[in-house]
Design a protein around this ligand. Structure first.
Ligand code: ADP
Length: 449
């Protein structure tokens, strides 16, 4: 087992990894930027090292700084969290060369899955259904127009290197395609240093259902059930839950099987997520693989009782999975609300400030993962996630009731948050009935006026 792990991240996930290390008896070192000197992760970790100024390009994304921090503190592994360098194959390669373990899937899997066109191709080979479209990037408008006509409008132009909900454009007509193809490519080039695009069919109000995969280095690949993450805004998830409501067991099992098949095909190990869209006829299609821990991982932890972050570390250290698929038990229902420092009623504008009161909810079935404390200054440089509230119940109704109670109890003052929005969304009849899809939030706001 590792002796010391460098945590190359911030916010709630850095705290989450420190906690996992502590429970495993491993020393933790938090790499922090100048803006995060006073962070909770720095306070809780055994050691900390400043890796640069506030902008992430100079700190959390600065590979030489991160690697030096690991070396000077004598770490034998790096946990990258999510975002930042978590899917960066250069960091994986450097780690391999200097004998530090990168806690995550193998480099070949990260590389193959970070290119969305390559990922589609691999899944097609594996026999996993993909959305109709191209497996190769489309080089020019003429070809794009032909393909779009064949699959039928509306289509989605997707950046091969896109991620985080960015790099996608819906196109409704040939004229729109003609006017946006070049623009979309230049935008992708500017954002991801890769202008290549591919095309897929744009599905009408699909649901986002993803499967948590856990696998060891010896070929054992298991699923830990699915999460429905349909409640999104601009392709960013706001509410996640497990199990997915209103999904037939037949489809549910078929999606689990497809994810396992895909994972085996790319010789995946460690933890990762296979994402699918499910249309209104319950046909499902692969969209992408996230080769890292995800923000919403606690939802799965709450229904399976399996600690995903501790397992990430143990699997990276070469431990075999100590259980089989039949041992994985799913209990009850869990919902997560991502509380962000944004004003939902002002187009989710990011908010900054100093937290003057922080009273997290508690009681039966509630878990809060957060890096907040009274007096904490929310920096403006990073993503706006403040806290994840998880509500577990024997069934979905109890989980909803507990979530609403928890949101009522939750006090954060000093910065505008999305707590009120979550309360409103979860209390809606459609949500209560489990009628969720990726346009839920948009429709919720348009129905108001
Ligand atoms: P990212 O890597 O940026 O997260 P994904 O491919 O995972 O991108 O897609 C994110 C979200 O975008 C999905 O959850 C869904 O809401 C929407 N989306 C992606 N592809 C399609 C599609 N073909 N049709 C409709 N919505 C889509």
């Amino acid at each position: 087992m590792f002796k010391k792990i460098l945590i190359a991240n911030r916010g709630e996930i850095a705290v989450r990894v420190v906690r996992a290390c502590r429970e495993l008896g491993i020393r933790s070192v938090v790499a922090y930027s100048e803006a995060d000197r006073e962070s909770l992760a720095v306070r809780l970790a055994d050691e900390s090292v400043c890796v640069g100024p506030a902008p992430s390009s100079k700190s959390y994304l600065n590979i030489p700084s991160i690697v030096s921090a690991a070396l000077i503190t004598g770490c034998d592994a790096i946990h990258p969290g999510y975002g930042f360098l978590s899917e960066n194959t250069y960091l994986c390669e450097i780690c391999e060369r200097i004998g530090i373990t990168f806690i995550g899937p193998p480099r070949h899997a990260i590389e193959q899955m970070s290119d969305k066109a390559m990922a589609r191709q691999a899944m097609k080979e594996a026999g996993v259904p993909i959305i109709p479209g191209t497996e190769e990037p489309v080089s020019n408008l003429e070809r794009a127009a032909r393909i779009a006509r064949d699959i039928g409008y509306p289509v989605l132009l997707k950046a091969v290197a896109g991620g985080g909900g960015r790099g996608m454009r819906v196109v409704h007509t040939p004229e729109e395609l003609a006017s946006t193809f070049e623009v979309a490519s230049s935008e992708a080039d500017a954002a991801f240093k890769d202008g290549r695009l591919y095309i897929e069919k744009y599905l009408d109000r699909p649901r986002h259902v993803e499967v948590q995969i856990i696998a060891d280095k010896y070929g054992k690949v298991l699923h830990l059930g699915e999460r429905d993450c349909s409640v999104q805004r601009r392709h960013q998830k706001l509410i996640e839950e497990s199990p997915a409501p209103n999904l037939s067991n037949r489809t549910r099992e078929a999606i689990h099987k497809a994810a396992i098949k895909g994972a085996k095909h790319i010789r995946f190990h460690n933890v990762g997520t296979f994402e699918f869209l499910v249309d209104q006829q319950e046909k499902f299609y692969f969209i992408e693989v996230n080769t890292r821990i995800q923000v919403e991982h606690p939802v799965t932890e709450m229904v399976t009782g399996i600690d995903l972050v501790k397992w990430q570390i143990r699997l990276a250290a070469g431990e075999p999975l100590g259980f089989d698929q039949k041992d994985v038990e799913f209990r009850g229902h869990c919902i997560e609300s991502r509380i962000v420092a944004e004003d939902p009623y002002k187009d989710f504008a990011p908010q900054a400030g100093v937290i003057d009161l922080y009273i997290p909810p508690g009681g039966p079935g509630i878990r809060v993962d957060s890096h907040l404390y009274c007096g904490y200054r929310v920096p403006t440089y990073y993503d706006s996630l403040l806290a994840k509230v998880l509500a577990w119940g024997d069934d979905r109704d109890e989980a909803i009731a507990r979530m609403l109670r928890a949101l009522d109890e939750f006090v954060i003052t000093g910065v505008q948050t999305s707590i009120e929005f979550h309360r409103e969304a979860i209390d809606r009849t459609d949500f209560r009935k489990g009628n969720v899809h990726t346009k839920f939030v948009e429709e919720m706001f348009s129905n108001k006026v």
